[in-house]
Design a protein around this ligand. Structure first.
Ligand code: SF4
Length: 290
């Protein structure tokens, strides 16, 4: 089996069998995202997908499978069901399938359709929320409103599937940093996901956001301003039960927390680092990455 182009997967899928059932991202317009720029979105033929499953199956058992690329959940339901049925038939030891979904691909499916996928071991959907700020969602061309994001997240949970969301520190630049953080805390509370991660924006050449940066229309917040954003997001989010992380390679201060239990401790830790401006607590710039 040969992968085409860059294949990305969530960190928690590091041990999964990665099957590339789509190529690229059906949206491919977010101004900050370099991943699939210049690539045309395509859903692979079912016969090719089945051949690749046949090819990989003897290397199993595989407990987890991740369906790449960008938003494989966009695959029309009959074809997606056929892929799941074939996976269940051929992959020994399969316990969970994970997939990226964006608000559009999730909202195209009813709760019943999502439940049919859950019955075939769809165990987790990863949704990039990025921000709760409606104006910012529009500016970054995310392709969904904050209401659609909340509805998409709720639909996944209602179907009994675990939901993991990501938000992006620094996305508003300097001037609207606080609005972004407050709104992001609110949307995380409204969605109430099982897993939430705050990543830190890295502006990558070739993206529209990089053009804005070069033209002086976008300014990345400083590391301590980014930490303030993180503190505001945590302080303003209310989870019923969530594993919250901010330990991605892009982040300055690694955090792993069980919410709501650890909320106050995390807020206090961030406040302490921000108030002392203690650079020794931050991940050095050369260790940061996408
Ligand atoms: S939906 Fe995700 S993969 Fe697609 S362009 Fe936006 S951030 Fe990139």
């Amino acid at each position: 089996m040969e992968y085409e182009g860059i294949v990305i997967r969530p960190p928690s899928e590091a041990e999964s069998l990665i099957l590339q059932v789509t190529l690229g991202c059906s949206h491919n317009q977010c101004t900050f995202c370099p991943t699939y720029k210049g690539r045309r979105f395509r859903i692979k033929d079912l016969e090719i997908i089945k051949q690749e499953i046949d090819e990989m199956a003897p290397y199993g058992p595989f407990r987890k499978v991740f369906l790449a690329d960008g938003d494989a959940l966009i695959i029309p339901q009959p074809k997606l069901l056929a892929i799941f049925d074939y996976l269940n038939q051929k992959i020994s030891g399969l316990r969970r399938v994970g997939i990226y979904g964006n608000a559009k691909s999730i909202l195209r499916k009813s709760v019943e359709e999502l439940q049919a996928l859950r019955e075939r071991k769809l165990g987790i959907v990863y949704l990039g929320v990025e921000t709760g700020d409606p104006a910012l969602l529009e500016k970054i061309r995310k392709g969904a409103t904050s209401e659609q994001m909340v509805e998409a997240g709720r639909r996944i949970k209602e179907a009994g599937i675990s939901l993991s969301v990501t938000v992006l520190l620094g996305l508003a630049g300097t001037p609207r940093s606080r609005e972004h953080a407050l709104a992001t805390g609110r949307i995380l509370s409204d969605i109430d996901p099982d897993f939430a991660s705050a990543l830190t924006l890295m502006v990558v050449p070739g993206t529209p956001l990089h053009e804005e940066l070069k033209a002086g229309r976008f300014e990345l917040p400083s590391p301590f301003q980014l930490l303030e954003e993180l503190g505001t997001i945590v302080a303003n989010s209310n989870f019923s039960r969530c594993y919250f992380t901010s330990n991605h390679a892009s982040n300055y201060l690694p955090i792993k927390a069980r919410m709501p239990r650890d909320k106050e401790a995390v807020v206090q830790l961030i406040q302490k680092v921000v108030s002392t401006q203690d650079r020794s607590r931050l991940r050095p710039e050369f260790f940061r990455g996408l």
